[in-house]
Design a protein around this ligand. Structure first.
Ligand SMILES: [Ca+2]
Length: 375
């Protein structure tokens, strides 16, 4: 999977989380927005020769009106400097490549086998171990403070950005501006994120045009959208700044905090392999990571697992298509938490499986080291 596809997933996952928790534009404002645009769209008297120029002027007016409503809202809601935001918006560039990337189908195109293969590579495991060794004390500290295991944090950063190596090529300002004002089907979400980005730039005293991220505006080691950056970003090295873009230590603490805030249960299981003894039960399996079932109900339908689960354990039932057969898994609360980072059940599963591979390898190395020290 390409980096761009990865970032569509990031966008998909975050869009849901943010849409649920942050509402930048109240419906009233939206109503005003629609009315204003409709008023501006009243027919302008032009003769045929001037029609094209008139149309461009009209479009410009509509865009200006949209932007002004966006600015006024930020000024009212967050007391941001309206003139400054206007200036930044004037400097933002619409990029067709961003729109093209958004329109490219990504989710659901790859089979589980192909998807898994992209992430579970020797290189990603090897570099994950290097990252783990390098930041071991910070990962230990994060594990202690947030109760999220090191391997899970390393895995997420590894999947998102190859441990900080691939963090995006677009100015965040351009990405969010393009999608906020030139991508109507997700405009509301991205106007909200652009607003949060301006809040963030003020809080962190950034120059907005200096920040680079994915084409969807996700930033840094963990590819946080601006709203997530504000909500879950932590200053984990205590230098007075929350820097998730260039500071891996802050990123480690923030990924752990993100998991904790979404309900990670320390020490709990993540998934259980499910076996169907009644094929009718396959109708209950899908892609959702939501905990829609109690284990006892699935048992009654003919779904079992070798793991010990109490009857009232809440689980999801998911299917993963292998080449020759289907694989069924029950996701537990912690699996659902991983899916708050990215809603895809394939993403969540590969993040978990990579974490387990990293853990196994890291423990082997540690054991080997201890044995050598004994000799
Ligand atoms: Ca810091």
């Amino acid at each position: 999977m390409s980096f761009q596809q990865s970032n569509i997933r990031i966008f998909l996952k975050r869009s849901w989380i943010v849409m649920a928790s942050v509402c930048l534009l109240p419906s009233l404002v939206l109503a005003v927005e629609t009315n204003t645009i409709q008023k501006i769209k009243q027919p302008v008297e032009v003769d045929a020769g001037k029609k094209e120029a008139g149309s461009a002027t009209e479009n410009r007016k509509i865009e200006d009106a949209r932007q002004q409503i966006f600015i006024d809202n930020l000024v009212t809601k967050y007391r941001l400097d309206g003139a400054q935001i206007k200036k930044w918006l004037n400097e933002a560039r619409k990029k067709q490549s961003i729109i093209n990337a958004m329109n490219r189908p990504a989710e659901g195109v790859l089979s589980w086998k192909k998807y898994r293969k992209i992430f579970m590579t020797k290189k990603r495991v090897h570099q994950g171990i290097e990252f783990w060794k390098k930041y071991k004390s910070d990962l230990d500290r994060a594990e202690k403070k947030y109760g999220v295991p090191a391997e899970m944090i390393v895995s997420i950063i590894g999947i998102e950005t190859f441990y900080g190596r691939i963090k995006g090529n677009y100015r965040v300002l351009d990405a969010l501006y393009t999608l906020a004002f030139h991508y109507p089907k997700r405009g509301k979400f991205f106007r909200s994120e652009l607003g949060q980005f301006f809040r963030l730039t003020q809080q962190q005293q950034w120059q907005p045009d200096s920040k680079i991220g994915s084409y969807a505006g996700a930033m840094g080691y963990g590819q946080f959208m601006p709203s997530s950056y504000l909500a879950y970003g932590v200053d984990f090295d205590n230098d007075g700044k929350v820097d998730l873009i260039d500071n891996p230590v802050d990123a480690i603490g923030s990924v752990a905090n993100y998991f904790k805030k979404h309900g990670w249960v320390t020490g709990d299981k993540v998934v259980s392999r499910a076996h169907l003894i009644n094929w009718q039960a396959s109708k209950k399996a899908g892609r959702s990571t939501r905990l829609n079932y109690k284990y006892k109900d699935l048992q009654q339908s003919g779904v079992v697992t070798k793991d010990k689960l109490s009857d009232n354990t809440e689980v999801s039932l998911m299917v993963f298509d292998q080449e020759t057969h289907k694989e069924y898994w029950m996701g537990l609360k912690n699996f659902y938490v991983i899916s708050r980072y990215n809603r895809s059940h394939m993403y969540s599963m590969v993040a978990y499986q990579l974490s387990q591979k990293l853990k196994k390898k890291f423990n082997q190395l540690t054991k080997h080291k201890k044995n050598n020290n004994k000799k």
